[in-house]
Ligand binder design. Structure first.
Ligand code: NAG
Ligand code: NAG
Ligand code: NAG
Length: 978
C-alpha cells in the first residue's frame, strides 16, 4: 500500500514535471488545469487514513466543481484560492505540488500530523496571505528563503510544532504582516530586530520558545499592536518605554522570563489594556501609584517577582479588576481598604508575602470566588477578625486559602454561609475549638484542609453531609473520639489524612465503601480494634498508614495489605500478619463483651430454672447477639482462611511425623532420655502392631484443637486412641507436663474417656486414651443418616452422663475447658464418654485469647467470660458449654448455624422462643411425637439457665445432675421446675 502510493507519487511527480515542461513549451492557457494537477501531487505526498480527500479526483477537469473537500475557488477566475484541511488527520509531508496553485490566498493545514520541514518555496506563492500550519509535528529549521517573497503575507502561524533554530530574519520583510504566532516551538537565539518594528502587526506571540536577548527600544512604532506574548522564554533586561504608545494594546504577557527593573512608566497610558502579566520575572520596586489609571485591567498578575512595599491605594480604582495575583513578592502592610471598591474581583491571591493585619472585611462582602492569602504573614501574631466577619453571607467564594498564617479563634458555624465554597485551606494557623457541625452544610466543598491547627473535640458526624469531598486533611490537631462512620457518605473521597490527633475507637468498616480512596493516613492516634477486612477490597488504594495506633488482630488479606510497607503498620503491638513479621495466633478476634454490671442484677445462682428476669435476660441476649454476630462474621472469614492454611501444613507434618515417631518408638519403647519416655499408668507398655503403625495416617480418627488422634492396638488386643499434641512448642517443661498428665491419669469415671498413658520427648508428646468405638455425639446429632438418630431417651442419657462426667471433673478440681459435642464420644452401649478434658493445663498460662481459641475451637460453646480479661475463668465456663450442648442435643441444631445471609446463635434463638412461650417448637423435628414434652421443656430451660451470661447465675455441675435426676423422676420435684 505504502509502496504503491510512493510509486504513484513518483509517477505523478514525473507526470507533473512533464506537464510543466509541456505547458512551458506550448504556453497554452491554464485551461489544462494546473490546480487539479498541483492538488493531486500534493495529495500524493500525504497519507489520508480517514479518506478525507477521496473527493479529490484526478479525472476531474477542475478542482472548482464544488465537490473537492476543503478547496475554495474564485468564481470568476475558476482558480483555487483557499485550501482548508484543518483537523483532517493527515500524515506525511507538505509537498511542492502546492507551488502550482498560483492563485492560492490561504493555506490552512492546522491540527494534522504533518511531519518534516516546510519547503522554502511555499511562501513564494504570489499573493499568499494566510499560512496556518499550527498543531502539527513539523520540525527542522525554517529556511530564511521561506519569507523572501512575503510581501502579501498577513498571517503566519507555525504554533505548536517542533520548529527549531532561529526565527528567519526574512520575516522582518513581510511588511503586511498583522499576526505572527510562533508559540510553543523550540526557536532559540535572538529575535530579528526588524520584527519589533513591524508597524502593521496586531498580534505577536512568541511564547514558549527558548528566545533570548533584550526587547529593543523603538517598539512604539507598532501602533496597531493589540496583543503581545513573550511568556516562557529567556528575555532579559529592562522593558523599554514604548509599549505605552501602542494605545490599542489589550493584552501583555511577559510572564516567566528574566526581565528586571521596574514597570515601565508609560504603560499607564494603556487604558484599554485588560490583561497584564509580569509574573515570574525579576521586577522590583513598588507597584506604581499610576496603576490605578489602567482602568481596563481585568487581570493583573505581578506574582513571583521582587515587588515590595505596600500595595497602593490606587489599586482600588480598577473597576474591572477580576483577578489580582500579588503572591510571592515582598509586599508589606495591610491590603488597602480601597480594594472594597473592586466590585468585580473574583480571585485574590496575596499569599507568600509579608503583610500584616487581618483579612480585610471587604473580601467577604464582595463577589470574590477565590481568596488565596496563604503564607502572607509569616511574622504572625495577628488576631483575625475573619470569623466574626463571616456573619455577612457571602455566596460567591469558591476557593479560599488562608493557610500558613496566624489566624486564631474558632471556626464559627457561620462558615455555612460560604455556600459556594469548593476548596478551603486553613492549614497551619492557630485555630482552636471544635470543627463546627455546620461544616456539613458546605455542599460544594471538594477540598478541606484544616491541618496543623489546635482544633479539638470530635470530628462532627455532619462531615458526612459534605458529599463531594475529595480531600480531607485534619492531621496535626487535637481531635478526639471516633472516626464518624458517616464518612461513608463522602463517596468521592480519595485523600484522607487524620494523622497526629487523639482519635480513638475502631476504624469504621464504612471506610471500605469509599471506593475512590487512594491515600489514607491514620497514623499516630489511639485507634483500637481490628482493621476491617473489607478494606482489602478498596480498588484504588495506594497508601494506608495506620502506624502508631493500638490496632490489633490480623491485617486484612489481599495483595495491598500483604505488601504494605512495614512503616505503615509499625507501632501497633497487637497487630499481626506477614507485613508486621508476626504470625497471628489462631484467635477469633473481637470477643463478646460482657457487661459487668449485670452481675449484681438477677438472683444469685438460683436452683430453679425459671427464667424470671425477662427484661434483663433480653437485654443481655441482645447484647450477646450483637457481639456474637460481629464475632461470627469475622470468625467465619478467619476460619475459612485458617482452614485453608492449616489443611496443607497439617498434611505435610502428619506425613513427616508418621515416619519419625515410628523410628523413636522402635528404638526404645521404654524410658530413654534420648529418644523419649513412655509411661502407661496400668503398667503394660507393649504395643502389638509395628511401631511404624502407631501413628499411621490411615488410622487417624480426627483432629481437635490440641492435635490429631490416631487409633492403634495394644498387645493385649485393646484398642487405644493416641493423641499427638500439635501444641508441643507451647507445652510446659517435662516435669510440669508429667505432673499434670499424671493428675489426669488418676481420674476415673464411667463417663470419661480414660487416659491410659503418655509419651514424652521435648518435641513430641502423645497422650494414650481408651478407644471409644461409637463416634462422637456431633456425628450422631448432625451427621446421622435417615432413621438412625438418637431417641429422646438416648439423648437424655447422654446429657445426664455428660453432666456426671463434668461433675466428677469439677469435684477433682479439673476444668474441662473444651466441652462440645465433638468431645463427647458415645460407646457401643450408648453411654457418653467425655474426652479431651483438662488439656489446657498442659500449656503454660498463655494469654487467655490464645487459650480460648486453641481449645474452644468451635464457636458457640465459648462462655462470654473468656473474652473478658478481668473475669476469672472457673468451672462455670464448662457449665456454659454444657448448657449449649444440652440445647444442641434437644434441638438437634448446631450451636451456631450459618444461613445464606444470617447467623443463628442457638441459645439466643431458644431463649427468644422460650420468652415467647413457644419453646416446644425448638425441639428436634426428628423427635416429633416421640418425647415427653414436659421433660424436654424442663431440660431445655436447664440448658438456658446454664448458658446464663453471668457465671454466678449458672448452677454448678452437682446441682445440674440433681436437677436432671429430678426431671427423670418428676414425682419428687415437679413444682420446683415450674
Ligand atoms: C494548604 O496549604 C498548605 C500550606 O500552604 C499546603 O501545604 C497544602 O498543600 C494545602 N492543602 C491542600 C489540600 O492543597
Ligand atoms: C448520609 O446519606 C444519607 C442518605 O443520603 C442521608 O440520609 C444522611 O443524612 C447522610 N449523613 C449525613 C451525616 O449527612
Ligand atoms: C456500671 O454501673 C455504674 C453505676 O451504675 C456505672 O457508673 C458504670 O458506667 C456502669 N458500667 C457499665 C459498663 O455499664
Amino acid at each position: 500500500m505504502l509502496a504503491f502510493s510512493n510509486m504513484r507519487a513518483i509517477f505523478l511527480s514525473l507526470l507533473f514535471f512533464v506537464l510543466v515542461l509541456v505547458v512551458a513549451a506550448t504556453a497554452v492557457s491554464p485551461s489544462l488545469n494546473d490546480d487539479v494537477l498541483g492538488l493531486i501531487v500534493f495529495k500524493a505526498d500525504l497519507e489520508d487514513p480517514m479518506g478525507k480527500l477521496v473527493s479529490w479526483n484526478e479525472d476531474d477537469e477542475s478542482a472548482c466543481g464544488g465537490n473537492w473537500v476543503g478547496v475554495k475557488c474564485n468564481s470568476r477566475s475558476n482558480r483555487v484560492t483557499e485550501i482548508n484541511l484543518d483537523g483532517f488527520f493527515l500524515n506525511g509531508k507538505i509537498g511542492i505540488g502546492l507551488l502550482r496553485l498560483q492563485f492560492l490566498r490561504k493555506l490552512s493545514l492546522s491540527r494534522n500530523n504533518l511531519t518534516g520541514g516546510i519547503s522554502p518555496n511555499i511562501a513564494q506563492i504570489n499573493n499568499l496571505r494566510v499560512i496556518d500550519l499550527s498543531d502539527n509535528n513539523l520540525s527542522e529549521e525554517v529556511s530564511d528563503e521561506f519569507f523572501k517573497q512575503c510581501g502579501s503575507l498577513w498571517t503566519v502561524s507555525l504554533a505548536r510544532n517542533k520548529f527549531s533554530g532561529k526565527i528567519p530574519s526574512s520575516l522582518e520583510s513581510c511588511s503586511a504582516l498583522t499576526s505572527i504566532d510562533l508559540s510553543f516551538n523550540m526557536f532559540s537565539g535572538l529575535v530579528p530586530s526588524g520584527i519589533w518594528t513591524l508597524s502593521g502587526l496586531r498580534s505577536l506571540d512568541l511564547s514558549q520558545n527558548m528566545l533570548e536577548g533584550e526587547i529593543p527600544k523603538g517598539v512604539e512604532v507598532m501602533k496597531n499592536l493589540r496583543s503581545i506574548s513573550l511568556a516562557k522564554n529567556q528575555f532579559s533586561g529592562e522593558v523599554p518605554n514604548g509599549f505605552g504608545s501602542c494605545l490599542l494594546l489589550r493584552s501583555i504577557d511577559f510572564s516567566d522570563n528574566s526581565l528586571s527593573s521596574s514597570i515601565p512608566g508609560d504603560l499607564k497610558k494603556l487604558t484599554l489594556c485588560s490583561y497584564l502579566s509580569l509574573s515570574g520575572n525579576a521586577f522590583s520596586g513598588e507597584i506604581p501609584e499610576w496603576i490605578g489609571e489602567m482602568k481596563g485591567l481585568q487581570t493583573l498578575d505581578l506574582s513571583r517577582n521582587g515587588f515590595s512595599s505596600q500595595v497602593p491605594d490606587s489599586i482600588g480604582n480598577l473597576p474591572s479588576l477580576k483577578m489580582l495575583n500579588l503572591s510571592a513578592n515582598g509586599f508589606t502592610g495591610n491590603l488597602p481598604e480601597s480594594m472594597a471598591n473592586l466590585s468585580n474581583l473574583l480571585a485574590l491571591d496575596v499569599s507568600q508575602n509579608s503583610m500584616s493585619g487581618g483579612l480585610p472585611s471587604w473580601i467577604l462582602k464582595s463577589d470574590v470566588e477565590k481568596v488565596l492569602v496563604s503564607e502572607s504573614r509569616p511574622s504572625g501574631g495577628i488576631k483575625s477578625t475573619f470569623y466574626s466577619l463571616a456573619e455577612v453571607a457571602i455566596q460567591s467564594i469558591q476557593v479560599m486559602d488562608l493557610s500558613d498564617n496566624a489566624f486564631s479563634d474558632e471556626i464559627t458555624s457561620t462558615i455555612a454561609a460560604l455556600s459556594s465554597l469548593q476548596f478551603l485551606n486553613l492549614s497551619n494557623n492557630s485555630l482552636g475549638g471544635p470543627i463546627p457541625a455546620a461544616i456539613g452544610e458546605l455542599k460544594a466543598l471538594e477540598g478541606l484542609d484544616l491541618s496543623c491547627n489546635n482544633l479539638s473535640g470530635y470530628i462532627p458526624w455532619e462531615i458526612g453531609g459534605v458529599m463531594l469531598l475529595k480531600e480531607l486533611r485534619l492531621e496535626k490537631n487535637s481531635l478526639v473520639g471516633k472516626i464518624p462512620s458517616s464518612i461513608e457518605n463522602c463517596s468521592s473521597l480519595s485523600t484522607l489524612n487524620l494523622s497526629q490527633n487523639r482519635l480513638s475507637g475502631s476504624i469504621p468498616a464504612a471506610l471500605a465503601k469509599l471506593t475512590n480512596l487512594q491515600t489514607v493516613d491514620l497514623s499516630l492516634n489511639s485507634l483500637t480494634g481490628n482493621l476491617p477486612k473489607q478494606l482489602a477490597d478498596l480498588p484504588n488504594l495506594h497508601s494506608f498508614n495506620l502506624s502508631h495506633n493500638k490496632i490489633q488482630g490480623e491485617l486484612p488479606g489481599g495483595s495491598f495489605f500483604n505488601t504494605i510497607p512495614t512503616s505503615s503498620v509499625a507501632g501497633n503491638p497487637s497487630l499481626c500478619g506477614a507485613s508486621v513479621n508476626k504470625s497471628c495466633p489462631t484467635v477469633l478476634p473481637k470477643p463478646i463483651v460482657l457487661n459487668p454490671n449485670t452481675t449484681t442484677d438477677s438472683g444469685s445462682g438460683s436452683m430453679s430454672p425459671t427464667l424470671g428476669h425477662r427484661r434483663i435476660i433480653l437485654s443481655i441476649s441482645a447484647l450477646i447477639a450483637i457481639g456474637a454476630a460481629v464475632v461470627i462474621v469475622i470468625g467465619v472469614i478467619g476460619i475459612i482462611v485458617l482452614n485453608l492454611r492449616f489443611r496443607s501444613s497439617a498434611e505435610r507434618s502428619a506425613a513427616a511425623f508418621t515416619f519419625s515417631a515410628g523410628d523413636e518408638f522402635s528404638q526404645s519403647p521404654t524410658t530413654d532420655a534420648n529418644s523419649g519416655k513412655l509411661v502407661m499408668f496400668s503398667g503394660e507398655p507393649e504395643f502389638s502392631s509395628g511401631a511404624h503403625a502407631l501413628l499411621n495416617k490411615d488410622c487417624e480418627l480426627g483432629r481437635g484443637g490440641f492435635g490429631a488422634v490416631y487409633q492403634t492396638v495394644l498387645r493385649d488386643g485393646r484398642s487405644v486412641a493416641i493423641k499427638k499434641l500439635t501444641v508441643s512448642s507451647l507445652v510446659k517443661s517435662q516435669e510440669d507436663f508429667e505432673r499434670e498428665v499424671k493428675k489426669l491419669g488418676k481420674i476415673r469415671h464411667q463417663n470419661l474417656v480414660k487416659l491410659e498413658g503418655y509419651y514424652w520427648t521435648p518435641s513430641l508428646q502423645l497422650l494414650i486414651y481408651d478407644y471409644v468405638s461409637g463416634g462422637s455425639l456431633y456425628k450422631h446429632l448432625h451427621e446421622g443418616s435417615g432413621g438412625n438418630f438418637l431417641s429422646w431417651n438416648e439423648r437424655f442419657n447422654v446429657i445426664l452422663g455428660t453432666a456426671k462426667a463434668l461433675a466428677h471433673l469439677h469435684h477433682s478440681n479439673v476444668i474441662h475447658y473444651n466441652i462440645k459435642s465433638m468431645n463427647v464420644l458415645i460407646d457401643s452401649n450408648g453411654e457418653p464418654k467425655v474426652c479431651d478434658y483438662g488439656l489446657a493445663k498442659l500449656l503454660p498460662m498463655l494469654d487467655r485469647y490464645v487459650l480460648s481459641s486453641k481449645i474452644q475451637s468451635a464457636l458457640g460453646y465459648m462462655a462470654p467470660e473468656f473474652a473478658c480479661r478481668t473475669v476469672k475463668i472457673t468451672e462455670k465456663c464448662d457449665i456454659y458449654g454444657f448448657g449449649v450442648l444440652v440445647l444442641e442435643i434437644v434441638t438437634g441444631k448446631r450451636p451456631v448455624e450459618y444461613m445464606e445471609d444470617d447467623v443463628v446463635v442457638l441459645c439466643d434463638m431458644v431463649r427468644g422462643t422460650s420468652e415467647e412461650g413457644r419453646v416446644e417448637e425448638c425441639i428436634d423435628e426428628k423427635l416429633r411425637g416421640k418425647f415427653p414434652a414436659d421433660e424436654a421443656i424442663s431440660v431445655m430451660k436447664l440448658g438456658l439457665l446454664c448458658t446464663s451470661q453471668v457465671p454466678s447465675n449458672r448452677p454448678d455441675m452437682g446441682e445440674v445432675v440433681n436437677i436432671l435426676e429430678l426431671i427423670r423422676c418428676p414425682s419428687e420435684g415437679q413444682e420446683e421446675l415450674g
